[in-house]
Design a protein around this ligand. Sequence first.
Ligand code: PRP
Length: 217
Amino acid sequence: MAEKYLTIALAKGRLAELSVEIFMKLGYDCAEMLTKTRKLIFTDEAREVRFLLVKAGDVPTYVEYGAADVGIVGRDTILEEGRNLYEMLDLGFGKCRMCVCGSEEMREKLSSTSGLRVASKYPEIARDYFISKKNINVEIIKLNGSVELAPITGLSEVIVDIVESGKTLEENGLTVLEEVCPLSARLIVNRVSAKMESARIKSLVSEIRKTVEEMSE
Ligand code: PRP
């Protein structure tokens, strides 16, 4: 992949906005990404870098196949997708937690009830947590959003979902029952690019690391 451009896939939405802020601080020409454009690809000719705006769940796919050399995406997506790539850097923003949530009364029943129904946008993370780690047999129900509705409507007993401020849970009468893992944005790298573009990627990682540290001071 000895190409002229280094290609960086960003997860559309808040993570992309935060990532663009970092790249702008580093002097990259990418401010257009923050405008209301429908463009999905942006090029900084001077730096020979190309940015792709990709659905979060697709960032690891682009990186694994080498369509992007580098990606910035949440750890939740990396765990769920289970792709073959290097996770190089914890960017320290987009911090939240993956949790098992439900009504308070489920707290005691959680470890003792077999065949619990667990709704989640993250079926692999939910499966890994309950079946592999806790050795509890559960039925996983895949949803695409508004997961908090599942225990309220009786679709499932609990959910596995992202908790950031906790507001969505609170406003829907649910609570955190167990924490699965902490989450934050990560920088991921294609395995071949890590070798072939080693110098460029190392210098990119070190300038991003420095900027992220300065921003959190
Ligand atoms: C996420 C997540 C929770 C909520 C947590 O949903 O799935 O529902 O944010 O944030 P909070 O703890 O700060 O309230 P998102 O906003 O992505 O919408 P979705 O449920 O439609 O996927």
